[in-house]
Ligand binder design. Sequence first.
Ligand SMILES: NC(=O)c1ccc[n+]([C@@H]2O[C@H](COP(=O)([O-])OP(=O)(O)OC[C@H]3O[C@@H](n4cnc5c(N)ncnc54)[C@H](O)[C@@H]3O)[C@@H](O)[C@H]2O)c1
Length: 321
Amino acid sequence: MRDRVTMATMTDLQGKVAVVTGGAGGIGRAMGRRFGREGMKVVLADVLAGPLDEATRALADEGLDAVGVLTDVTDYSSVESLAKEALDRFGAVHVVCNNAGTGGVSEGYMWEHDLADWRWGIDVNVLGVIHGIKAFVPILLERGEGHVVNTCSGNGGFAPIARGAMGGPATAVYPMTKAAVLCLTESLYTHLEMTGTRVRAHVLFPGGFLNTGIWESWRHRPERYAATQQRRTPDQTLEKVVARFESGGARVEFTPLETVADLVVDGIRADRFWMMGPPTPADEVVSSKAASILARREPNYLVDVLGRHAENARETEGGKP
Ligand SMILES: NC(=O)c1ccc[n+]([C@@H]2O[C@H](COP(=O)([O-])OP(=O)(O)OC[C@H]3O[C@@H](n4cnc5c(N)ncnc54)[C@H](O)[C@@H]3O)[C@@H](O)[C@H]2O)c1
């Protein structure tokens, strides 16, 4: 591969423009605030009008330059409109965070998952990122610089969590979509490199235990993806997840969302593809997976949400034994 174009790093964020999808809540909102505090102009995009207004107002109340644009990332024309509104409002785009996401709502084994769950997860978590790339990368390329940050997850980005927070089989939808996010961000990185541009691709692994809406995505399930199967088990709540962790002997401590936002800003400045915190024991799944592939061994590296081997301890919650 030819030499990398140097001086790609955007160290001075002052006055630059950031667009964050899923910006009404959790990680997206934290990134938006951090960008604003760096002196950037911020476009928060989200499908939830009320939380989006509230998040945008909170930034404005802090004296930050922010605008909210109602956007559905599953709809390409909506993402195109977002790009147009960002340009109309601020005249440029420098950083795009494809962060909107929906969590695992499926129950049971994967062959029992509702097809509507698959469609919803794929449309938001995968197509949503593809839409962001298609709408924004040409704008960044035209400027000759910029950063695309795609939010991934160790759950899928490394390997799927096999057993879920509620004890039964974990959703297969969510990790599949996050594996796709990693793969397409790697492709994006390579394609950008081939063009010789200074536009950069990054993949964000938020890490830690985060107090966000993703645990209860079912609360905002769009009509278009309405469930077609009767649920057998109660919907997951963060409260129940915490209780389960604690009963499993885990100490529950939420990682501040500001820490995730720091990873992003530091990663942009350092031009870091892998936006990750310091190594943790959970990273070991990467080396054990690589070892399994290289040795053509069984994929016995899969763990449950507490990091224990998924094949141990038969449980019946959330699915038949
Ligand atoms: N919370 C975690 O532990 C964790 C860990 C790893 C990765 N992530 C990822 O981080 C990202 C942000 O999630 P979060 O944890 O902040 O959860 P969150 O639910 O608080 O935020 C996700 C946001 O995306 C928005 N959204 C959903 N569908 C959308 C659509 N069609 N169009 C536009 N916006 C839409 C939601 O309304 C919400 O505001 C997601 O991609 C998630 O998969 C989260």
